[in-house]
Design a protein around this ligand. Structure first.
Ligand code: FES
Length: 106
């Protein structure tokens, strides 16, 4: 279990307990957190599950796969701290992570 905080663009935080092995996208959808569209359901083809991760957490995350990197680049959202939340899988090391949701996924 990892406690993850999703921060809406307007600053509203939503902290949820995410079971190990569950993606942050699944957790956001399951808790009706606004701002994560996840149109492809986690197939890594839509790029609408974007979140921004604080630089201090970057080393604790699995590195982007080549596919994730390409998807972010293709959608023009490849900021250094941008991640697809469908590719961030909860584990104890992520307990306490806060991610920022962009203003829009469009
Ligand atoms: Fe579509 Fe993550 S849900 S890329």
């Amino acid at each position: 279990m990892a406690k993850i905080t999703f921060i809406e663009h307007c600053g509203t935080p939503h902290t949820v307990d995410v079971p190990e092995g569950t993606s942050l996208m699944q957790a956001a959808i399951g808790h009706n957190i606004p701002g994560i569209d996840a149109d492809c359901g986690g197939a890594m083809t839509c790029g609408t599950c974007l979140v921004f991760v604080p630089p201090s957490w970057a080393e604790k995350l699995e590195a982007r796969s080549e596919h994730e990197r390409q998807m972010l680049e293709f959608s023009g959202k490849d900021a250094a701290n941008a991640r697809l939340s469908c590719q961030l899988i909860a584990c104890p090391a992520l307990d306490g992570l806060s991610v920022q949701i962009p203003e829009s996924q469009g």
